[in-house]
Design a protein. Structure first.
Length: 179
């Protein structure tokens, strides 16, 4: 299994392929264009606490959702306006898995906090013109090991957004979506 890992401070960023899907590294180039990985993991340590975050995406399948047209012509997905999709088209990609573990114990991440975030960008992209690398996904754990903060960027080109999730050990989690 191919894996690229980059150590930044005490965080270890890696991209691991889902079983059976060939994938190498955090971002790959195809015809000179950067591509996102299908799976992104972030491992880290804060004091005596260790954490793992895994996000996975897959091609959007309208058969898995309830797609309805609104009076303005836009499509809503599962009763909500889709995040990351501009204009009248359906998304190409969706998040399919969101897992958080702290001290090897899984934390509950409510599906309603991430299921409507489309066109996720999970990669790290090499800098342009001497600029540093840009990471589209970050994760950090509070010093007491009770709150995880995860940020991810997404876009279809015009519908760009940044979502920040606050995942708490007791299950009461929140998110903020900004453009």
């Amino acid at each position: 299994m191919n894996c690229i890992a980059i150590v930044v401070g005490q965080l270890l960023f890696s991209a691991l392929p889902p079983s059976g899907i060939p994938q190498s590294g955090i971002s790959t180039k195809k015809g000179g264009v950067e591509e996102d990985p299908l799976v992104r993991t972030i491992h880290g340590r804060v004091r005596e606490h260790i954490f793992d975050v895994l996000l996975e995406k897959r091609p959007f399948d309208p058969k898995r959702h309830r797609v309805t047209k609104q009076p303005d012509g836009r499509s809503w997905i599962d009763g909500r306006p889709p995040i990351g999709v501009e204009s009248l088209r359906l998304p190409h990609n969706e998040l399919s898995r969101f897992e958080v573990k702290v001290d090897r114990r899984p934390w509950s991440v409510p599906i309603g906090l991430w299921r409507d975030c489309f066109e996720p960008h999970l990669g790290i992209y090499s800098g342009v013109n001497g600029n540093p690398n840009h990471d589209n996904m970050t994760a950090s754990l509070s010093r007491d090991g009770r709150t995880m903060t995860i940020s991810m960027e997404g876009s279809d080109g015009a519908g760009g957004y940044v979502v920040t999730w606050k995942i708490r050990h007791h299950g009461k989690s929140t998110r903020f979506v900004g453009e």
